[in-house]
Design a protein around this ligand. Structure first.
Ligand code: ZN
Length: 158
C-alpha cells in the first residue's frame, strides 16, 4: 500500500478509537441529552450521580424497586427515557432490579474491565448514563439478565 493510503487508514483508526472513547453518545439518537458533568451534578442526587456518571454500583438489596411488582414502566431517572416495562422484570435474587430484556433502542453497551473479567456495561441511549451490566445467566426466552441499579430508575405505575 502507498504511504498515503496507510496514513488515511491510520486516520480511520484514530477516528474509530475516538468513537469508542465517546461511545456513550454515538450520534444515533436525535433526542440525545448531553450535559456537562457539572450540570448532571446539580440535577442528580449524589447516589444517582455516582451510578449514572461514575459507573458506580449501589449496594445490593437497597433499592425499593427490587420489590416493585405493579404494572408500569421503568424510565431513566436522568432523562425519562422508557427503558423497561414491568413485564420484563423478574426476581433474580441478586438484590438489584433485574430484567430479561429491554425496550427497543433503550441502551448502548460497552465492555468494562473493572473486575478481573470483562463485563458488558450498558448505558442509557439518550443521556449516556450508566445503568448496570448485562449477563448471560437470565431466564428464557432471552437468557439475559439486565442487572440495573435501582437508583438509576424511575418507576411510573400504569
Ligand atoms: Zn437517560
Amino acid at each position: 500500500m502507498t504511504r498515503r493510503t496507510f496514513l488515511s487508514g491510520l486516520a480511520g483508526l484514530v477516528t474509530g478509537a475516538d468513537a469508542v472513547a465517546a461511545s456513550k453518545p454515538s450520534a444515533s439518537r436525535a433526542d440525545r441529552v448531553e450535559l456537562p458533568e457539572s450540570e448532571w451534578k446539580k440535577r442528580l442526587t449524589p447516589e444517582q450521580f455516582d451510578v449514572l456518571r461514575r459507573e458506580g454500583t449501589e449496594r445490593a438489596f437497597t433499592s425499593a424497586l427490587n420489590a416493585e411488582k405493579r404494572k408500569g414502566t421503568f424510565q431513566c431517572v436522568a432523562c425519562d427515557l422508557p427503558l423497561f416495562t414491568s413485564d420484563m422484570k423478574y426476581e433474580s435474587g441478586t438484590g438489584w432490579p433485574s430484567f430479561f430484556t429491554t425496550l427497543p433502542d433503550a441502551f448502548e453497551t460497552s465492555t468494562d474491565y473493572k473486575l478481573l473479567y470483562p463485563r458488558t456495561e450498558y448505558h442509557c441511549a439518550r443521556c449516556g448514563g450508566h445503568h448496570g451490566h448485562v449477563f448471560n445467566d437470565g431466564p428464557a426466552p432471552t437468557g439475559k439478565r439486565w442487572c440495573n441499579n435501582g437508583v438509576a430508575l424511575k418507576f411510573i405505575p400504569a
